[in-house]
Design a protein around this ligand. Structure first.
Ligand code: 5GP
Length: 172
């Protein structure tokens, strides 16, 4: 059995998600925001985040498949579900669970921008900067985390562990 080493407690995650929600609500006051969650990993973060927002929101999802080894992105990314609501001239926030190399996000941002939104920003719960291969700036980032494979709070390993309320480092 792999070892699960605690990285972020449930209460730490709830606190930071609350702070991110307040900041986004204040930055977008008087506007409507369209949140685009990246499936599958961001579904728990997104569902907690939208309940902290005090502005009008709409929600849709993108599903991105990456073909690589178990624990890293290959850079070959295919969108298997696109945006279904109209985002033309809207303010859009892409919501990611974790950004590692940044290749997935790069690809997704190109796609989102091609649909003609008024603005696009990025919100990620976890920012793993050590292997970043792009110059992407995260507009809202929750925690900076070190190298290592994380699970829990929506993050999986082979589809397991998504339901854990805290975040752990998976050690082989
Ligand atoms: P990137 O393209 O930035 O290298 O990787 C982004 C995607 O890889 C994330 O959306 C996530 O699905 C997956 N990923 C990156 N790091 C981790 C990690 O530590 N744990 C898990 N479960 N997935 C990760």
């Amino acid at each position: 059995m792999p070892d699960l080493v605690p990285v972020l407690r449930k209460d730490e995650i709830q606190r930071i998600v609350g702070e991110m929600g307040q900041k986004i609500s204040s930055d977008y006051q008087g506007r409507e925001l369209i949140l685009i969650g990246i499936l599958n990993g961001a579904f728990i973060f997104l569902s907690d985040l939208i309940r902290q927002l005090t502005i009008p929101v709409k929600v849709d999802f993108i599903r991105a498949a990456s073909y690589g080894s178990d624990t890293s992105t290959s850079g070959k990314i295919q969108l298997t579900k696109g945006i279904e609501i109209d985002i033309r001239d809207k303010d859009v926030m892409v919501v990611e669970d974790i950004v590692d190399t940044g290749l997935t996000l790069n690809h997704i941002l190109d796609y989102v921008k091609s649909l003609g939104p008024h603005s696009v920003r990025v919100c990620a719960l976890l920012d793993k900067t050590e292997r970043r291969q792009t110059s992407i700036a995260l507009d809202y980032a929750g925690f900076k985390v070190p190298e290592g494979f994380l699970v829990g709070y929506g993050l999986d390993y082979a589809e397991d562990y998504r339901n854990l309320p805290a975040i752990y480092h998976l050690q082989p």
